[in-house]
Design a protein. Structure first.
Length: 173
């Protein structure tokens, strides 16, 4: 069975997740109308369930990930702590692999309505995601955002079984 690496799925995750766009994106999940998806969020926990098995996809002790939303677009960036400084702008193949394994990013447009976020991925370090749209249920409670939903691993060509992604973010100022 093909599976993404733990960091690979974590950096990918994300992000991706046929709604109408609202200017301020108010949240329906018992949140006040002042709360919003718009802003900066730090990933705290993430896991995916595939065929009944729960797989952690993010380790906050070794990786950091931030997701940003404005009124129309989202972006995310993720990096690991195994990123040595390079000694030249002409990287070796090994240095390129280490850089790829420890840094990821992507983004695009999104729609958000009725508690559902659909991320329309326009660019990503994993090209399989470009042009894809992935829908997630969003729950915001105070400064916590939960993003969860079916994850199309097979459609993306990254495995032979789809999963269910569960991510927890904290708002950052």
């Amino acid at each position: 069975m093909k599976l993404l690496s733990t960091f690979g799925l974590g950096s990918v995750l994300l992000f991706a997740s046929a709604c109408t766009t609202h200017t301020h994106h108010p949240i329906a999940n018992n949140a006040s109308s002042a709360q919003s998806l718009v802003g900066s969020w730090q990933l705290m926990h993430e896991e995916i369930r595939i065929n009944g098995k729960t797989i952690p996809t993010f380790n906050p002790a070794t990786h950091k990930m931030m997701k940003l939303f404005n009124d129309t677009h989202f972006a995310f960036v993720s990096h690991g702590d195994k990123r040595p400084r390079f000694t030249s702008y002409q990287l070796t193949l090994e240095e390129k692999v280490i850089a790829f394994e420890n840094f990821g990013g992507g983004g695009g447009r999104y729609t958000f309505a009725d508690g559902y976020l659909t991320e329309h991925i326009e660019y990503m370090n994993y090209p399989n995601y470009e042009g894809e749209s992935i829908r997630f249920k969003i729950t915001i409670d105070g400064d916590t955002l939960i993003q969860e939903g079916d994850y199309p691993i097979t459609r993306l060509g990254l495995g032979d079984a789809d999963g269910y992604l569960y991510s927890v973010f904290k708002r950052i100022e």
